[in-house]
Design a protein around this ligand. Structure first.
Ligand code: 13P
Length: 251
């Protein structure tokens, strides 16, 4: 089953609007080297999304928001809706990143509402899951991750599952320089796919599962060579064009 690799950068709270625009036009210049073999995207800071979209021009770079509200509108000071993101020209949205779950109290239920609303609005969700170190060390990693996945997958149709992107990001590997071994990551990715297959026999082979957590040019190739690792969600190493290109070239 050939799944097009999908690599996104998550810039978190980094880069100004000027830096965002500079990066986009520089990446657009070197991207043709990849000959469209990989789907590429970036998730800049919310207020820099329009700068990113105009600076990339018509280069094949997708732009994602890093979050959105779980409802369409209402009395929710300080947030934005799926429709706002869509109107800017974003194609994707990150949902349920572990920093949102840990620092902003996002539950599986909220994550599931957001994934549902993203599809209803015509955005592709990149739904993030992952266990923390305590959960891994106590042997609960797979149960935790599969529960997180089930919370949103159970509300989707088979066609939506085919479009869905899941990012498996073990929390202990994020920003620590410590990655899961390619074999351990692949095992979790396989478990995610098989859990989806229980309800979605055919669509399970189409869902793309990214790995995230200290992905660098030096380890990308080994990770991406695994059968069930279909791409990467990259934090720190997506902030420099050369590093990001190094990862993209590993596909
Ligand atoms: P790092 O690549 O910096 O570990 O971040 C991973 C991440 O959180 C991407 O969403």
């Amino acid at each position: 089953m050939a799944r097009t690799p999908i690599i996104f950068g998550n810039w978190k709270l980094n880069k100004s609007s000027i830096e965002t625009a500079e990066f986009m036009s520089n990446l657009a210049k070197v991207l043709p080297k990849l000959e469209n073999k990989v789907e590429v995207g970036l998730a800049p800071v919310m207020t820099c999304l329009t700068h990113a979209i105009s600076a990339k021009n018509d280069a094949p770079i997708q732009v994602a928001a890093q979050d959105m509200h779980w409802l369409e509108h209402g009395a929710f000071t300080g947030t934005v809706s799926a429709q706002h993101i869509k109107e800017l020209g974003c194609t994707h949205v990150l949902i349920g990143h572990s920093e949102r779950r840990q620092l902003f109290g996002e539950t599986d239920g909220r994550v599931s509402d957001k994934v549902r609303l993203a599809f209803d609005t015509g955005l592709t969700p990149i739904a993030c899951v992952g266990e923390n170190l305590t959960q891994r060390e106590s042997g609960q990693a797979e149960d935790i991750v599969l529960r997180q996945v089930d919370a949103f997958v159970q509300r989707l149709t088979a066609d939506e599952v085919k479009e869905l992107v899941i990012a498996y990001e073990p929390i202990w590997a994020i920003g620590t320089g410590q990655t899961a071994t390619p074999e351990d990551a692949n095992q979790m990715h396989r478990a995610i796919r098989e859990s989806i297959r229980v309800k979605f026999e055919d669509a399970a082979d189409d869902v793309r599962i990214q790995y995230g957590g200290s992905v660098k040019p030096a380890n990308a190739k080994a990770l991406l060579a695994q059968a069930h690792i279909d791409g990467a969600l990259v934090g720190g190493a997506s902030l420099k064009v050369e590093d990001f290109m190094g990862i993209l070239s590993a596909c």
